[in-house]
Every structure is written in C-alpha cells, then in structure tokens.
Design a protein around this ligand. Structure first.
Ligand SMILES: [Zn+2]
Ligand SMILES: [Zn+2]
Length: 256
C-alpha cells in the first residue's frame, strides 16, 4: 500500500511544500484536498476517487477546486467527498459560491456524521473521530487487510486527548506537527501540535511508526520541526520509526 505525500505543509504552500494531501494509490483514497491535489495528475488511473476531509480550513480543501483539470487530463469522472455534514455544507456554500469559483467539478458529497457505524471504501474499513481544533476537525482510521492506518491532523496533541483511544494498535500514524518545541505557545493558540508532545504521546500510547506532516511553510526545510533536538531529548521515548514527510515522499505502508 503506497502512500504518496502530495502536500506536507500547513497554512500555505512554500517553494518545496504544498498543503495537506496524501494519496493511497492502491485504495484510490485521498486524505485531505490541499494545494497538493494537482500532483495527482500522474497517479489517477480510474474513473472514481474518494476524498476524506479532516475539516474545511482552506489548506485542506482549496484543492477541491483543482479537479476540473484532473477530470480533463486523467480517466477521473467522479469524486466522492467525505466529511462532517456541516463542513460539506460550508464548502458547497462558500468555496463553490460563484463569487469564489465558477463551477463545481463532479463532486458527490457524503456526510460521515449521520451514523456512528464504520463504512467501507473498497477493502478498507473506515472510522472517523472528532479532534480538538478551532472550528473542529476529524481524524480517520483506515483498516486495510494488510495495514491499519490513522490520519490525525489539525489538533493539539495532549497525552489524554480522546483520539488516542480510537487509534490504539495502528501500524502507522500520520500526525500533524506544525511547530518545533520552541513554538509551543503558538501551537496551543492556533490548535496545532509541537514535536516533543506528538512523539512522546505517540510512544505512551504504543504507536510504533509515525509520519509527521503539516509543517510550518516558513520554517527552514532542513529541520523544520526541530526533530533532531526533540529525539535527542526524548531518547527511547519515541516511536521506533519516525518519518518527516516531504512532498516527494512515497511510503510503502505494507512493509512493516
Ligand atoms: Zn491545516
Ligand atoms: Zn485547521
């Protein structure tokens, strides 16, 4: 199961990073639709695509407006968009208001919060759970036959956050890490996470493999979240495998 990191910045693009979007190629599932969506052009092979949205902040949804190009340049015909009912409504009314964008691509909307039951996309069993973030966000757990994956973005990671109970035992966790430890105060003010908290909390909750993303686009790309200092300070109290995603990263999730 290949994970293509198409957009690994938060807030706005940088010369090296677009905003939140991850593509699970074999499953045909896109996690969030930030500015990285245009990078799907050489990856789409079928007529339909499933998009799971964490929330409606622009860095996660503006790429929904890019689908006209993808529909004309690839076999794609229909895009199924999943998210909370209220967020989908807001996207329809505001992002696709004629003042902002002229015509809606062939998007089909699916509210995830009409039932508590998990649902299936291909051979993936999908679950969602709420996250603390200004305006609200949701995380997803996707259980494939060969890999169990969670996507948690736009939240302030606390050791007692409710979401840890929803992702127990996952093989891989994709987690936001917008700020280094030195910007903890800004992280708390904006509803984001900082490096040591993410790593230490993940370790405490038994996460073995973590992919860090949603990086501050203004940070120095060599070590944007102060990973070297945080791992040195935490020693063995981190997941055993830590990947800092970049826009060219492709991770084979099945290789455990
Ligand atoms: Zn964001
Ligand atoms: Zn957000």
């Amino acid at each position: 199961m290949k994970l293509h990191c198409l957009g690994t910045a938060g807030y706005h693009p940088s010369p090296t990073r677009h905003t939140a979007s991850f593509f699970l190629e074999e499953a045909n599932i896109l996690l969030d639709a930030g500015t990285g969506v245009f990078r799907l052009d050489h990856l789409l092979h079928g007529p339909e695509l499933n998009v799971l949205l964490s929330h409606a902040h622009l860095d996660h949804v503006v790429g929904l407006t890019f689908f006209w190009d993808l529909v004309s340049a690839t076999p794609l015909e229909k895009i199924h968009v999943y998210g909370e009912h209220r967020k989908l409504e807001d996207i329809r009314q505001h992002l696709f208001h004629p003042s902002l964008f002229p015509a809606q691509p062939p998007l089909q909307w699916h509210a995830i919060d009409m039932t508590e039951e998990p649902w299936h996309l291909g051979d993936a069993k999908c679950e969602w759970f709420p996250l603390e973030h200004p305006g609200g966000s949701v995380g997803y757990r996707l259980r494939f036959p060969l890999v169990d994956l969670a996507y948690v973005t736009d939240t302030t990671s606390q050791h007692d956050s409710d979401y840890w109970s929803k992702i127990q035992g996952v093989d891989w966790l994709i987690h936001e890490c917008n700020f280094p430890d030195s910007e903890r105060e800004m992280a708390e003010r904006t509803g984001h996470s900082w490096t040591s908290a993410v790593l230490e909390n993940a370790y405490k909750h038994g996460i073995q493999r973590i992919i860090l993303t949603h990086v501050n686009p203004l940070a120095d790309d060599r070590d944007p979240i102060g990973l070297a200092a945080a791992t040195a300070r935490l020693g063995s109290r981190t997941p055993s495998q830590i990947l800092l995603a970049s826009d060219s990263t492709v991770v084979d999730l099945s290789r455990l």
